[in-house]
Design a protein around this ligand. Structure first.
Ligand code: TA6
Length: 282
């Protein structure tokens, strides 16, 4: 008999009062926080953690959790002027990372275990009507995270996944487009290789990325499937940013890489369906 379960749980790691849901499917397990609908853990087999969560992560008081898979919506990074007509001071990466979501559905079958979390956002700075956003998480022989909004509004989104790495110097992401927008130098760059490596601060937006990426973390090979995306972001803060970021320990840049599936276009107002699928292949 396959061991399957969905349980509500209070606390995960040092975040002892955080409301969470745990999913179990055979040997695989995952944990998602109701605060931010943020996946915090994915273990395809017991003890093999794929995601990274900062030991200094906090929650409460509008602080987003550092690590796991933050949900950025309806803007990515600093808010775009088109989404901020009144030029308010608005948080980085949107408004749903620091709100409590509701459990809206759950399902257990022989193919997988899934939960749906939902949030109703009463108003946005550029849109007066209530908007519903859903995140579906399915645990099977992989972990699939799907973010959906049926409203045809202008919206950006990102699944800002933090992956645990054994050796940042050996970590590779590929295949990536040869052109990228480099946020570190605020310029467009050309690379002669489709492989991204990290030996300094990296903050890159790759447009029109492939539907499948390989992430080699030094000890694990992951396949990252993506759909609904028009960009992949690769981020590592390196030394200085780790020092200056409150919820990152000084050496934490050695422990993770973010590979993010995003939709960034604001040309047309359209419903959203954005998916990242994480599969351990070795
Ligand atoms: O996706 C990369 C990025 O936008 C970086 O520029 C970096 O600042 C990071 O996200 C983290 O943002 P946060 O608001 O979570 O501190």
């Amino acid at each position: 008999m396959l061991n399957t379960a969905i349980n509500l749980q209070t606390g995960f790691g040092h975040l002892t009062d955080l409301p969470c849901i745990t999913l179990q499917f055979g040997e695989a397990s995952a944990v998602v926080s109701l605060y931010g609908a943020q996946v915090l853990s994915y273990q395809p087999v017991p003890g093999k953690e794929v995601l990274w969560l900062s030991p200094l992560a906090q929650w409460h008081n509008q602080v987003p959790i550092r690590g796991g898979v933050p949900v950025c919506w309806p803007w990515f990074g600093p808010v775009d002027a088109r989404l901020n007509p009144q030029q308010q001071s608005l948080p980085n990466h949107g408004v749903v990372r620091t709100q409590l979501w509701q459990l809206a559905g759950q399902n257990i079958s022989t193919n997988g275990v899934s939960v749906t979390l939902a949030i109703k956002v009463a108003t946005l700075p550029y849109h007066p009507d209530e908007t519903t956003l859903q995140l579906q998480l399915t645990l099977s022989d992989s972990l699939t995270i799907s973010l959906e909004c049926n409203s045809g509004i202008a919206q950006q989104a990102a699944l800002h996944s933090y992956f645990s790495v054994a050796n940042i110097g050996q970590t590779q992401v590929q295949p990536l487009p040869l052109q990228y927008q480099d946020k570190v130098t605020a310029s467009n760059q050309n690379s002669n290789t489709p492989v991204a490596t990290v030996n300094a601060e990296v903050d890159r937006i790759y447009a029109k990325p492939a539907a499948k990426l390989q992430l080699d973390t030094g000890t694990q090979q992951l396949e990252l499937g993506q759909s609904g995306q028009d960009a992949t972001i690769v981020w590592n803060p390196w030394q200085d940013k780790s020092h200056s970021t409150k919820d990152l320990a000084d050496e934490s840049y050695l422990e993770f890489i973010c590979v993010e599936t995003a939709r960034l276009q604001l040309r047309e107002a359209a419903p959203l369906q954005l998916t990242q699928q994480i599969k351990l292949t070795q």
